[in-house]
Design a protein around this ligand. Structure first.
Ligand code: BG6
Ligand code: MG
Length: 214
């Protein structure tokens, strides 16, 4: 049995713009302006690890309590932005691929750093396509550590070498490779050029290609 493990942000739905806005507003309070390039490098990185990176760019040290407060505020801003999110925000080709997997006995898992993974799948109304969900609530180590994908494979009962990971972030491709899985880099960014295969969006992925993977 083969399995596909999907990252969430940037693969299933384009949430990067919401994360970016939320971080920007939060760190402006610290007198720091977050650039697009810096935001790119935060893709796939957990909320706490993202804050630590931003604080080091801003040359700022905060107490544990202050950090926790910022993390709460950042997530509240993010949740407010995605409150009206629905099926129309699913990236092109995703529903078709999930449907193909369901009809062709390809197991499907979520492998995301986000602690909002379950909520977002529900908002997009695609939870039922997933045989397992592993998100930021289930892991102790952030991508590029392979933990999230190894847990996904384990939850599906599939060997890592039988899993294919769809990822849009460098940290995610590195994590999947460290887990011994094949990788499909999504979105066309140079950061995922080291994946085994690369596509701009899922509509470019043919049934023949999917069959060759599974
Ligand atoms: C990743 C995103 O999927 O999840 C990151 O690419 C984000 O930008 C991380 O920081 C954690 O997400 P959340 O929803 O738990 O803040
Ligand atoms: Mg991603």
């Amino acid at each position: 049995m083969k399995a596909f493990i999907f990252d969430l942000d940037g693969v299933i739905v384009d949430t990067a713009k919401y994360h970016f806005q939320a971080w920007k507003r939060i760190v402006e309070k610290l007198g720091f302006t977050l650039s697009h390039t810096q935001n790119e490098s935060l893709k796939g990185v957990s909320r706490i690890a993202s804050l630590d990176r931003i604080l080091s760019w801003a040359n700022t040290t905060l107490t544990e309590e202050e950090k926790q407060q910022l993390l709460v505020e950042k997530n509240e801003d993010y949740l407010a932005q995605i409150s009206t999110m629905g099926q129309d925000e699913i990236l092109p080709g995703v529903l078709e691929l999930l449907t193909y997997c369901q009809s062709n006995s390809i197991l499907v898992a979520l492998g995301s750093a986000s602690k909002n993974g379950t909520l977002i799948l529900e908002k997009l109304e695609i939870t039922s396509f997933f045989n397992a969900i592993v998100d930021g609530n289930h892991v102790s180590k952030s991508k590029p550590d392979p933990e999230v994908f190894l847990k996904g494979a384990h939850a599906l009962g599939v060997a890592p070498s039988d899993c294919v990971v769809f990822e849009d972030a460098a940290a995610g491709v590195d994590a999947a490779r460290a887990a011994g899985m094949r990788t499909v880099g999504m979105g066309g960014a140079k950061e995922v050029a080291h994946a085994d295969f690369c596509f701009h969006q899922m509509t470019e992925i043919s049934t023949e290609f999917i069959r060759s993977l599974a």
